[in-house]
Design a protein around this ligand. Structure first.
Ligand code: AMP
Ligand code: MN
Ligand code: MN
Length: 319
């Protein structure tokens, strides 16, 4: 697919990504926004996202993000990035009403929801998919930085097993544009506020191991979030910290999103395919990082997840 050829003649172009946008989502949406604005100066181009974390405010175009989702608008072309259409939240209405729907993603759980789909589960980040689709002559420092941020967030700074030699080749080209990548990694990936660190400490302290220590779970309820005055964005990274524990094959982190409702994040090693588990409960993701929303008490949710995880641990042990 050639992005610019697909946008030829389009007067109104929209871009959006998934709810609770992460680095790959913000990076890919802004990289595409910058790329299209530069290449198609006569088109009216809009980017919609739920308000992203402030750490991403250094990405060019951040202040152009629409987070209010006004009245219904019709776009000639609408891009759904880093997700399938059903995770666009309020932007889904724009996507469904658009004349041409384009879906660019890397989630194994996405079977493609657009008129045109580029879904590459073999790539670590939606930003890598976009990089491959972009004309390299048009890239500049701002676009490169946006793509790079998406890549570091989804590959855990090139540590996770979704990192490939091609990931590093793409990243090598991107850093040649000369942005301050060590500072970006520090400020957008590793650095936490004091309150974020405190609530992470609490989640780690109160975590519970089960399935002979191969699984670990922790939960933060609404009251605790209010006590520390944090929002869901502040809970990023807790599930990864749980997964770092020696002997743990599968980590689960949950936070309360409503009455008897939890957002669930899972991380695993090669023993468990959490995308499968999440998909069973209506969510999705990747083999080693996936999520879903579940209803019921905390114990109901853990019991239900545990059945699926245990089954996989047993099956994989037999292989
Ligand atoms: P999270 O634990 O929310 O950081 O998500 C881990 C991975 O799973 C990310 O790639 C998400 O985009 C994906 N994911 C999380 N929740 C869902 C969901 N409800 N449906 C589909 N994919 C999800
Ligand atoms: Mn994402
Ligand atoms: Mn992604």
């Amino acid at each position: 697919m050639n992005i610019l050829a697909e946008c030829k003649g389009a007067k109104r172009i929209g871009i959006s990504g998934h709810v609770r946008p992460d680095g790959d989502c913000v990076g890919s949406c802004l990289a595409l926004y910058l790329y299209l604005t530069k290449s198609l100066p006569d088109a009216d181009i809009k980017v919609f996202l739920e308000k992203p974390a402030d750490i991403f405010s250094e990405i060019a175009g951040f202040d152009r993000i629409n987070s209010t989702f006004g009245e219904q608008e019709t776009f000639d072309v609408f891009f759904a990035l880093d997700c399938s259409g059903d995770r666009l939240g309020e932007a889904e209405a724009y996507f469904l009403a658009a004349t041409k729907k384009i879906n660019i993603d890397h989630h194994i759980s996405n079977s493609g929801c657009g008129d045109l789909n580029v879904v590459r589960p073999d790539l670590g980040a939606a930003c890598e998919v976009l990089y491959d689709l972009m004309d390299k002559e048009i890239l500049d420092k701002d676009i490169a930085m946006a793509l790079y941020i998406g890549m570091i967030h989804d590959t855990g700074v090139f540590q996770y097993s979704n990192t490939t030699p091609d990931t590093l080749k793409r990243a090598a080209h991107l850093i040649s544009f000369g942005f301050d990548f060590p500072r970006l990694i520090e400020e957008t990936f590793y650095q936490k506020t004091y309150l974020q660190t405190q609530i992470m400490g609490r989640a780690l302290m109160e975590s519970i191991r089960f399935l002979n220590g191969r699984c670990i779970v922790s939960v933060i309820d609404r009251k605790t979030m209010d006590f520390y005055n944090v929002t869901p964005k502040d809970l990023d990274g807790i599930v990864n910290q749980l997964r770092n524990i020696k002997g743990v094959n599968c980590a689960i982190f949950m936070y309360e999103t409503g009455v008897l409702e939890y957002k669930v994040s899972m991380r695993s090693d090669s023993c468990v395919d959490v995308a499968q588990v999440a998909a069973y409960f209506g969510g999705g993701g990747h083999m080693r990082a996936a999520g879903c929303t579940m209803k019921g008490t905390f114990h109901d949710c853990v019991n239900n997840l545990s059945l699926h995880i245990e089954k996989q641990l047993l099956e994989n042990a037999l292989r």
